[in-house]
Design a protein around this ligand. Structure first.
Ligand SMILES: *[C@@H]1O[C@H](CO)[C@@H](O)[C@H](O)[C@H]1NC(C)=O
Ligand SMILES: *[C@@H]1O[C@H](CO)[C@@H](O)[C@H](O)[C@H]1NC(C)=O
Ligand SMILES: *[C@@H]1O[C@H](CO)[C@@H](O)[C@H](O)[C@H]1NC(C)=O
Length: 438
């Protein structure tokens, strides 16, 4: 016991020594560089000290570029959609295979005896281009579908409105989809749904360099009018596409428009499939995994089906490009194809995936929310939200959520969140869990 204590003390002393050495090192090194700086920057020997401005950076990664110059697009600019020329296919002894879905190494080892593409687990089709979710959707639809590989990838536009403070989810969405989406049309209003004044959070962030490396793919559409609370979200939807469409100078009938809310993130593999292949029934619905507060809780209803993807042509034919005419909620919208089922999800619907204090703010600004105010015995504040998150209680204070574990679950969370688990730890781990739930 005493020996162990001494040992700990020794380590502490060593750490202290290292710190002292570091401080000494700093003082030995610092003056020379400091002198250089002052002589260079200040020829008047300190008489006219200019204030030094620091550029605040988001991640530090792009600080060397001119990060403070916004690159996002506005409607006054004319936007040309590019066709991405990334090679997704490889020809192996005369057979064309989709790289991502094919076990290319195995086929090379067969040295020419491979007569067909050998698909990796989770990929199907003659050229291994159909991800599990698409393959299953075909089977479920009971239609005979024979997709054809396109000569050039289709261009894909994803349009959505930011209603509240969903900046974290916007970042996840855009980063997750930026390889397959050619243009994001993002709408934001300076009014909340209930008509209160609010600032243009997303635009302010963009101006400060948020998502700087992807900003050239973002068309920002501000909506600065307010009619009434029934019409507000519909107005945003309508403006979003009418004004966005007008800004694009080379829109084609077969370009694809994907519409989803901010907290809905479609499956990237499915989107890539629709980019590269023709001949599938429209419109496409996405059956999303319904996560709550983070990816560690799932709503007992498990999934929610969200619209959807349309070709520009179909959107024009059916709705004359007016997105507010698309049926919402319980009104039936019949899909040609639905991507995702109860075990293989067409994406994620992360509801109330904020820090507790932001859940409270978002509740205040939203009109339709699940809180049953007559059942809430105390005020909804950050503490009570923490309790809900901790014990897995839905916002109606009655419905119990289903606990989900990351291990062995291929659909636990979007890939970008898993890649950056340190940054999104609050969405992956339930920090408010009570012991008996862990
Ligand atoms: C392609 O396969 C045939 C046999 O099916 C073989 O004779 C030929 O050498 C192969 N070519 C290459 C480039 O592997
Ligand atoms: C929203 O923006 C418009 C245009 O700048 C402005 O006229 C209006 O007063 C703003 N509304 C609020 C609530 O700030
Ligand atoms: C996740 O990380 C892998 C490996 O570094 C990378 O190939 C992939 O593009 C990343 N995906 C996203 C969505 O960030």
């Amino acid at each position: 016991m005493y020996y162990k204590l001494d040992y700990k003390l020794l380590i502490l002393w060593m750490l202290l020594l290292i710190q002292v050495l570091l401080v000494i090192f700093y003082f030995v090194m610092a003056p020379s560089s400091f002198e250089q700086l002052t002589t260079e920057a200040d020829p008047d020997n300190g008489k006219n000290l200019h204030p030094v401005k620091f550029i605040v950076t988001e991640t530090g990664k792009y600080s060397s570029q001119k990060k403070n110059i916004p690159r996002y697009r506005t409607e006054v600019q004319s936007i040309t959609l590019e066709t991405s020329e990334v090679g997704h296919f490889v020809t192996l002894n005369g057979t064309v295979c989709f790289i991502l879905g094919t076990d290319v190494e195995y086929m090379k080892r067969l040295k020419g005896f491979a007569l067909k593409c050998e698909c990796k687990q989770g990929w199907h089709g003659r050229d291994c281009g159909q991800p599990e979710v698409v393959w299953r959707a075909y089977i479920a639809s009971q239609q005979k579908i024979s997709p054809k590989k396109r000569k050039k990838p289709r261009r894909l536009i994803h349009a959505f409105s930011i209603i509240n403070l969903e900046i974290t989810l916007v970042e996840i969405k855009i980063r997750e989809l930026s390889d397959v989406v050619d243009l994001f049309i993002v709408c934001e209003s300076n009014y909340t749904e209930t008509g209160e004044e609010k600032s243009l959070y997303f635009q302010n962030k963009l101006r400060k360099g948020f998502l700087h490396d992807i900003q050239h793919k973002i068309l920002y559409v501000p909506v600065q009018i307010y009619k009434n609370n029934e019409a507000h979200l519909q107005t945003m939807k309508k403006e979003l596409w009418l004004r966005g469409k007008r800004a694009i100078n080379n829109l084609r009938d077969d370009d694809m428009l994907v519409l989803m809310d901010t907290h809905e993130i479609p499956n990237t593999k499915a989107l890539l499939f629709f980019k590269l292949y023709d001949s599938w029934p429209q419109p496409v619905g996405f059956r999303l995994r319904w996560s709550v507060y983070g990816f560690f809780w799932q709503h007992p209803k498990k999934t929610i089906t969200a619209p959807g993807a349309w070709s520009v042509q179909l959107m024009e034919d059916d709705y004359h490009s007016d997105l507010s005419k698309i049926p919402t909620g319980d009104e039936a919208l019949s899909f040609g194809l639905v991507i995702g089922d109860l075990n293989h999800y067409g994406g994620w619907y992360c509801s109330w995936c904020f820090h507790p204090q932001d859940v409270v703010l978002a509740l205040q600004g939203s009109k339709g929310n699940p809180v049953k105010w007559n059942k809430v015995d105390k005020k909804i504040d950050a503490n009570s939200i923490e309790e809900h998150i901790g014990s897995g209680l839905w916002l109606d204070s009655t419905t119990m959520l289903v606990r989900k574990y990351q291990y062995g679950d291929p659909y636990y969370a979007p890939q970008y969140v898993l890649n950056n688990s340190w940054k999104y730890d609050f969405l992956l781990t339930n920090f408010y869990a009570r012991n008996d739930y862990n």
